[in-house]
Ligand binder design. Structure first.
Ligand code: TXA
Ligand code: MG
Length: 328
């Protein structure tokens, strides 16, 4: 039996499978099986009214899961699938409440990772529903996993099999665009920017107007390490770190512009991580590096402020939430 065949058999038996995608690893279950979906919430420790994204082998499967699909959805699917874009559409009859959190909408995406696509196609071909419900494979509120080892570290025995597809290329969760009512709304920024969506379809997704967050990714505290975190401007970074050192606090540093500070004759006083100074490269490594710093035994994670620019928006969103939720 190949790993894919094992994964298909587990999904059909109502078990959970760790799945690589191009964004982050997912914790997958048969989206048509409410008992299997319930295991996702138990494994993650996630509140049961938070909706999940259903992953599909192709846009040809959309009508099994969504109804009243607007032309815009087909256009975006054509341009960005397989890829890191999730569309929120009105749900088709028969989509379990367990998946949608009881809402009248459903999140759908065709992931761009070859192993995820192979699994989705094999699952559909073997008579499965063709839909795999999968949130990020982390404990609720924690950092999303970007390697198979992270998934095992987060969830241990709760997941029967983790398919290893290597490190995730994008590294942060998909862009979420809500097409379920009138004009497109950006629920979560990601690798696919609103500007690219506008270029593809002529409409710029807008921020949703206030309201109660429906997506756990939109709760303020999320993607967070256990170690406290703070952001410090580039020009203040070294002074800030010196002050921390003098008051006996050990810092982990996440910098994109300044190399580690060597202090001659003493042990390197900081755990210093350099990330690429461009947003895609930074996003690709961000969660793995946060995870490392969280395990480094430091008292504080200091993040050098990133540029205040549109192409950094998705990274800025994840960092802001990580800082809010850190230390809990
Ligand atoms: O990149 C991704 O999207 C990854 C990979 C595994 O595909 N998945 C992911 O899932 O990030 P999760 O559950 O961690 O985040 C999905 C977000 C949640 O914030 C959820 O509330 C939101 O999508 N969502 C799902 N269905 C929704 C719906 N019907 N309406 C509004 N938000 C929805
Ligand atoms: Mg998540």
């Amino acid at each position: 039996m190949t790993e894919i065949e094992r994964a298909v058999a587990l999904l059909k038996a109502g078990e959970l499978v760790g799945i690589p995608t191009e964004t982050v690893y997912g914790l997958g279950a048969d989206a048509a099986n409410p008992a299997a979906v319930a295991k996702i919430f138990a494994a993650k420790g996630r509140p049961a009214d938070h909706p999940l994204i259903v992953h599909l082998p192709g846009a040809g499967h959309l009508e099994r899961w969504a109804r009243d699909i607007p032309a815009l959805a087909w256009e975006l699917a054509e341009d960005f699938w397989p890829g890191p874009l999730t569309l929120i559409l009105k749900r088709a009859p028969g989509v379990p409440d367990a998946v949608t959190g009881g809402q009248d909408t459903v999140g759908l995406r065709v992931p761009g990772h070859p192993l995820a696509l192979e699994l989705l196609r094999a699952f559909a071909a073997a008579g499965g529903s063709g839909g795999i419900a999968a949130p990020s494979a982390n404990r609720f509120g924690r950092i999303s996993p970007t390697t198979a080892a992270h998934v095992r570290e987060e969830l241990g025995d709760a997941v029967a099999l983790v398919l290893d597809g290597g490190p995730c290329a994008v590294g942060i969760e998909s862009t979420i665009v809500d097409l379920s009512s009138g004009s497109p709304k950006l629920l979560r920024p990601g690798h696919i920017s609103p500007q690219r969506i506008e270029a593809a379809c002529g409409l710029l997704p807008q921020a949703p107007d206030g309201g109660v967050p429906r997506a756990s990714g939109t709760l303020e505290a999320h993607y967070a390490p256990r170690t406290p975190m703070r952001m410090v401007g580039s020009e203040r970074l070294l002074d800030f770190l010196n002050a921390q050192r003098h008051s006996g606090r050990r810092c982990g540093v996440l910098s994109h512009s300044q190399p580690p500070q060597a202090v001659s004759g003493t042990q390197q006083p900081y755990v210093w991580k350099m990330l690429p100074a461009a947003p895609d490269g930074y996003a690709h490594e961000l969660y793995a590096v946060l995870r490392e710093l969280d395990h480094a035994g430091v008292d504080l994670i200091v993040v050098e402020e990133i540029p205040d620019a549109a192409d950094w928006a998705a990274v800025a969103d994840r960092l802001r939430r990580a800082v809010r939720g850190a230390g809990a």
